[in-house]
Design a protein around this ligand. Structure first.
Ligand code: MN
Ligand code: MN
Length: 324
């Protein structure tokens, strides 16, 4: 079986070579693969700024800087995981239904091979397509959603499929087990006082930014673990969860958010959860500054890879820290 890992930076400097994620091999055959990076550059589900179609390319470019050893978890990620960059899906700009079909068809063989997909968006509308594929394989899944918005509005201008409505559609379609779902980081002005109530009426558990920062990361992590419990979980990370001071390159920024350090610490605290898929959405490089948003996005994907590697190592009883 092949074992896939990034190019060794001591043999070829990090600024050389074609820009796949972390300079991983570009492979579409899932034999011998544990996790696969997949770009979904669909961005015509947005309600404000546009440009997430260039997110995957920018995040791959920024990810050159990342190194294989994760210090806080004390793990050599690619000793435990064979990872590839499976390229981008050829979505249809402006046609969300056709694009959803491309997403389901593209993700199905990855999921059926037992590979964990790490998707780079694209706008948040893509998460509905991903969840259709994931639920097709695992049934309704738990959801950890980092976002400053609930994305549970019913429609925009009569359109029911957008980046602000995907979560309501996913619940209506039975793709999410809402008893095992939590949304972290909600903040910002609303269209009306009923907006948050609408999300809660769907059964979602909200931890607004204000509560998150007041209670602290450890307290919130304990609550997330308790709600999520055992079973398959999908993690979706809308980069606008993070304060626009740290992540300006996005479509609907909300000021007053958690820092990039808060975000990394929250994700690190999710070790031991059975993740069956991840995505990182809403990066718009044209609004970025000095690649700060793309580098944060790439670093979060590196954190996701570390979580999968920890699960594999702890399950196999490899040397290292005891399972959480
Ligand atoms: Mn969102
Ligand atoms: Mn958002």
């Amino acid at each position: 079986m092949p074992k896939y890992r990034p190019v060794d930076a001591m043999k070829a400097p990090r600024f050389t070579g074609i820009g796949s994620f972390m300079r991983l091999p570009q492979v579409s055959d899932m034999a011998g693969v544990d996790a696969a990076i997949l770009g979904i550059p669909f961005d015509t589900g947005v309600s404000y700024r546009i440009g997430g179609r260039f997110g995957p390319a920018a995040i791959r470019e920024a990810s050159r800087l990342l190194r294989p050893y994760h210090v806080e978890h004390e793990i050599e990620i690619f000793d435990h995981l064979s990872v590839v960059d499976a390229g981008d899906l050829s979505i249809v700009p402006g046609n969300i239904q056709a694009s959803y079909q491309v997403m389901v068809d593209g993700l199905r063989p990855i999921l059926e091979s037992g590979v964990v997909p790490l998707v780079i968006g694209g706008d948040h509308a893509i998460t509905l397509g991903e969840l259709r594929a994931v639920a097709g394989r695992h049934g309704p899944v738990g959801l950890i959603d980092f976002d400053s918005h609930t994305d549970t509005w019913d429609s925009y201008w009569g359109e029911r499929y957008t980046h602000g409505t995907w979560c309501r559609r996913a619940i209506e379609e039975g793709l999410i087990d809402t008893r095992r779902a939590v949304q972290l980081g909600i903040r910002g002005s609303l269209y009306g006082s009923e907006d948050r109530g609408g999300a809660r009426a769907l059964g979602l558990h909200l931890v607004p930014t204000e509560e998150l920062l007041q209670r602290g990361i450890e307290s919130v992590l304990a609550e997330v673990r308790q709600r999520i419990g055992a079973g398959p979980v999908f993690l979706t990370f809308d980069i606008d969860f993070v304060d626009p001071g740290f992540a300006p390159g996005t479509g609907t920024p909300e000021v007053g958010g958690p820092s990039s350090r808060d975000a990394l610490r929250l994700v690190r605290g999710l070790r031991g959860i059975e993740f069956v898929g991840f995505d990182l959405v809403e990066v718009q490089p044209q609004y970025d500054s000095g690649e700060v948003t793309s580098l944060l996005a790439g670093t979060l994907l590196h954190e996701f890879l570390a979580l999968i590697a920890l699960c594999r190592r702890d399950r196999q009883g490899m040397p290292g820290r005891a399972p959480a």
